[in-house]
Design a protein around this ligand. Structure first.
Ligand SMILES: Nc1nc2c(c(=O)[nH]1)N[C@H]1C(S)=C(S)[C@@H](COP(=O)(O)OP(=O)(O)OC[C@H]3O[C@@H](n4cnc5c(=O)[nH]c(N)nc54)[C@H](O)[C@@H]3O)O[C@H]1N2
Ligand SMILES: Nc1nc2c(c(=O)[nH]1)N[C@H]1C(S)=C(S)[C@@H](COP(=O)(O)OP(=O)(O)OC[C@H]3O[C@@H](n4cnc5c(=O)[nH]c(N)nc54)[C@H](O)[C@@H]3O)O[C@H]1N2
Ligand code: SF4
Ligand SMILES: [Mo]
Length: 736
């Protein structure tokens, strides 16, 4: 270590002392917190402050739940949590509403008539789990254990995942890969040999130039990113926003580029062209760490800003100016990798273009670019080994998508359920994912469901997917249960605890209990050697010299910080084929794909149709928060954004209700129009998650329109099987 990095290291060590002090002071704040066992039976007098972590989205912010005389009162950020810094986002703050929701499921339900008809009988947990275990045993005997698929989203699925691995299936999936981050991770992995991960390893706080392609921070409310975005803007960072819609982030931008949808690769290629042609890239970095730069430079020569202008609609002068701005601020220029990357089917190559642009700017591994994350690294529970499945997962037969790695393709499992190829899938166990909203093409999902012998849904409310189930299991909300320990990769290694603040109000049970009980009924008790979840958690903590009792008081335990930038002593390492940053990808060439990304123009909307785009609202998460009474009160329906000129031409008025019809003839619920200059004329936009059709959720039933219902078309990413969903066109139906 040279003297400079040693000095920096000492400075960082200083910060860890400050953090340790913070732990102690919080300790005294939460001293009144009682454990759930002590509380059982008698109400604790006064105010308890119980550390936990939020579940309103998957960012997992550390929080403190306040309980007043045994009643849940409010939830705030945990000041010692590095993700929230003591502040929750609007959704997290409204999190207590999840517990108060009067539309919650109260007991297990068993379907009485045909699938999809809303007729149920109340059941005890034993009855419901016996039925499930018996059907699971039959599926195993008749078709093999791999014929049961587990769909889940979020950390709450961990214990059930364990049950299903013990049962013998490897068909375990989530919508967070093929409908979300998958293409991004593959594009970055092909370039740097590593993924971006969650939370994203973006050093937004220290960036001097932030480039956002779509990523609509401020509406997309991932807490740390939004806080750091505000810090960066406050510190005078240049913000460049590329979006067909003038987003909240665009309102903070120095340069707003209203790009033609689906043409980002063209813009990215021409930005790289300018950086290389004008010699503005980080030559030392590229020379030291790059592979195949010569071939890359030769290929991008043709992508001048003039070439890109005709594809993207962005003026050549603007492309040059923004490229120079990026070059000037390198390596503290961060071209944000995005998160929901499944747009047009060319997404892994778009993500790779983003990665390559960052590589040219030398921002990977550098301050103000991409830091090197660390996990706390808590050891797992010493479980017995799982049985080895005899068949490969069914999601990607013949490795049709050669780069579908890491997680399974949810739509691939759906396809296997419909076709029986490569083998039949006969059971779906669905935990905390509303597949009707999360997967494209609802008809295909219904078709697959009709082929099943068993569909189990674990949810907190009678969601749309629960409506199709054979058995519905009601879960306790995150404020009423323990979950697995969160050990996220971040700027510092830390773990967070989710623990119950109150008891579930009815016969709802936590996922760990369901997983263990089901395993018992399947004859797999040996996979659950622990008595209860506290014992499981304590065993894991003890293996790191910690204890559950201490953890319960703080909710967060940190490791001393380590350097996170190359310049501070992180050893650069690239897990690619060449061991370097691949400007030219040998692996892609091997599989017959473009080793340097190329641009193909997206399909144009037919006359009278507009491209359907969608995104987030700051007060909701997908379709999972709409019944939360606090968040519902803030926003109970979505709007469709229509450009003012288009509205004038079609005679559509602001605030008027219309319906949208897509090019397959699917007609949406009625939705309010927002007439605005803030969107291009070739697209319309809405917030995802609304227009739900579960009649039992009175607060959400037919409120607003569902983008998912209109996403009948999707374009598969040929590299990794992501489902590009920005490929649907809609027109206006004035009769409502
Ligand atoms: N409040 C809230 N925050 C959330 C979530 C939530 O549900 N609620 N969900 C979280 C999750 S899991 C994810 S994945 C993220 C998603 O959030 P992001 O990763 O930010 O999602 P995007 O799809 O990139 O963002 C949608 C934006 O892309 C723009 N867009 C559409 N087409 C194009 C195009 O062709 N080019 C460009 N440049 N822009 C385009 C849209 O106009 C819109 O502004 O949000 C996370 N944060
Ligand atoms: N058309 C379209 N499709 C999309 C997206 C989009 O923007 N548009 N976004 C994509 C992205 S980025 C992602 S990450 C995925 C998200 O996909 P999902 O994670 O499936 O999102 P939700 O639709 O919110 O479904 C969550 C379900 O979990 C239930 N739930 C909530 N809390 C709990 C709990 O504590 N326990 C249990 N058991 N259940 C609970 C909710 O009631 C709801 O039914 O969707 C993807 N699909
Ligand atoms: S970003 Fe908001 S909703 Fe997500 S975990 Fe943090 S506080 Fe909760
Ligand atoms: Mo996502």
């Amino acid at each position: 270590m040279d003297s400079l990095s040693r000095r920096r290291f000492l400075k960082i060590t200083g910060a860890s002392i400050a953090a340790a002090t913070a732990v102690t002071s919080l300790n005294s704040v939460v001293k009144g917190a009682k454990t759930i066992e002590e509380k059982n039976g008698s109400v604790v007098k006064g105010i308890q402050k119980i550390p936990t972590y939020c579940d309103l989205c998957f960012w997992k912010c550390g929080a403190i739940a306040y309980v007043d005389n045994g009643k849940l009162w409010k939830i705030e950020g945990n000041p010692i949590d590095p993700l929230s810094n003591g502040r929750l986002c609007p959704r997290g703050t409204g999190g207590v509403g999840a517990s108060f929701d009067n539309e919650r499921l109260k007991t297990p339900l068993i379907r009485k008539s045909v699938r999809g008809e809303d007729q149920w009988v109340k059941a005890t947990w034993d009855e419901a789990l016996d039925l499930i275990a018996n059907k699971m045993k039959k599926i195993k005997t008749n078709y093999g254990p791999e014929s049961l698929a587990f769909f889940s989203h979020g950390i709450g699925g961990n214990f059930l995942k364990h049950t299903f691995k013990a049962y013998g299936t490897n068909n375990i999936t989530a919508p967070s890969f093929a409908q979300c981050r998958g293409p991004r991770e593959i594009g970055f992995e092909l370039t740097f040999g590593d993924v971006v991960g969650s939370p994203e390893r973006t050093d937004i706080k220290n960036t001097k130039c932030l480039v956002l392609l779509g990523s609509h921070l401020g509406e997309n409310m991932h807490n740390t990113q939004v806080q750091e975005f505000a810090d960066a803007v406050g510190a005078g960072a240049t913000v460049i926003v590329v979006d067909p819609r003038f987003s909240v982030a665009a309102s903070k931008a120095k340069h707003y580029l209203p790009i033609k949808p689906g043409t980002d690769i063209a813009l990215l290629l021409s930005w790289m062209n300018v950086l290389v042609t004008e010699g503005l890239y980080d030559k030392d970095y590229v020379e030291k760490y790059g592979f195949g730069f010569e071939q890359f430079a030769a290929e991008i020569q043709e992508y001048t800003p003039e070439w890109a202008y005709t594809r993207t609609g962005i003026e050549p002068a603007v492309i040059r100016e923004t490229a120079r701005e990026m070059g000037k601020n390198k390596p503290a220029t961060l071209v944000h990798p995005g998160r929901h990357a499944t747009w047009y089917g060319d997404d892994a190559q778009r993500a790779r273009s983003v990665a390559l642009l960052n590589a040219l700017l030398g921002s990977w591994g550098r301050k103000g670019g991409f830091y090197t994350p660390y996990k706390f690294g808590l050891p797992g529970y010493p479980y017995p080994e799982y049985p080895k499945p005899e068949r490969e997962p069914a999601d990607n037969p013949g490795k049709k998508y050669p780069f579908a790695e890491g997680e399974l393709l949810s739509t691939g499992l759906r396809e296997a359920t419909i076709t029986g190829n490569p083998y039949p899938i006969k059971g779906w166990f669905v935990y905390a994912t509303n597949l009707m909203q999360a997967l494209p093409n609802q008809q295909e999902t219904i078709k697959a469901i009709q082929n099943l012998d068993l569909l189990v849904v674990v949810d907190v409310v009678p969601s749309e997917i629960a409506g199709w189930a054979d058995v519905i299991l009601p879960e306790a909300t995150y404020l009423e249960r323990y979950d697995d320990i969160s050990d996220s990769p971040f700027k510092e290694g830390f773990i967070a605890l989710r623990q119950p603040a109150i008891d579930p109000p009815h016969d709802q049970k936590p996922n760990w209990w369901i997983a263990k009980k089901l395993a018992d009924k399947l004859g797999l008790s040996n996979y659950f050697p622990w008595k209860n979840v506290e014992e499981y958690l304590d065993t894991r903590l003890k293996s790191a010299g910690l204890s559950l009792n201490e953890f319960k008081k703080t909710g967060i335990i940190k490791r001393p910080p380590k350097p996170i930038y190359f310049e501070d002593g992180v050893q650069p390492f690239f897990w690619t084929q060449s061991g370097k940053i691949e400007f030219y990808s040998l692996k892609l060439k091997e599989h017959g794909f473009d080793p340097v990304p190329k641009f193909t123009a997206p399909e144009e909307p037919p006359a009278g149709f507009f491209r359907l785009l969608y995104g987030r609202s700051p007060v909701h998460t997908f379709s999972k928060t709409q019944t939360n009474p606090i968040l519902n009160d803030m926003m109970s329906e979505n709007e469709v954004w229509v450009n003012a000129d288009i509205a004038g031409r079609y005679g559509v008025k602001n605030g008027q209700y219309i319906k949208l019809k897509n090019s397959d003839g699917v007609i949406s619920n009625k939705v309010k129009v927002k007439v605005t200059e803030r969107i291009r004329t070739d697209c319309v936009y809405m917030v995802h998650g609304f227009g739900q059709t579960s009649i039992r959720n009175r607060k959400t039933y037919l409120k607003g329109a569902s983008d998912a219902q209109l996403v009948t078309k999707y374009k598969m990413d040929p590299l990794m099987g992501g489902t590009g969903m920005n490929v649907n066109f809609v027109t206006f139906e004035m009769e409502v």
